[in-house]
Write a protein that binds this ligand. Sequence first.
Ligand SMILES: [Fe+2]
Ligand SMILES: [Fe+2]
Length: 172
Amino acid sequence: MMISKKLNDTFNAQVGNEFGASMQYLQIAAYFDAMSLSNFATFFFLQAQEENAHAMKLLHYVLETGSPLQIPAIPQQKATFTSAEEAVTAALGWEKEVTRQIYNLMDIAVEEKDYISQRFLDWFISEQLEEVSTMENLLNLVKLAGEKNLLMLDNRVMSLRGPAAGAPTASE
Ligand SMILES: [Fe+2]
Ligand SMILES: [Fe+2]
């Protein structure tokens, strides 16, 4: 086992956090789907896919280091929203929370002089910058447009995902 018990436990917990984020995004996608805002829905379905890929990336890292995998119970996610602003605010809150969780993993890896884990986690830290900034942009636009004008925003929401829009890249 190439990583400590403490790091192993924290990586296992993070696998669950990423699956939880994926499920939360599915709920948000369902909210937008019910409002017939199809691009908003697609945006969040793709986010959900990305979070699933993050969980798998962490899961394979645990296995690669020869450590036991223990996926925790995933708490039930918030399923009802009263506005797009509330849903996107929840998504931004998630991303900030996940950033703290990744920082915590990095803090442990640094503390333990585990350079392999530090290098592995670098990718997640860069990814969080992109995720938080994308969600902040989306929240700004939702506030600017207002709930009545979301249909106009629906036409350009996918462009917020950047050049990789629509297709998760090989690294994800
Ligand atoms: Fe993630
Ligand atoms: Fe994310």
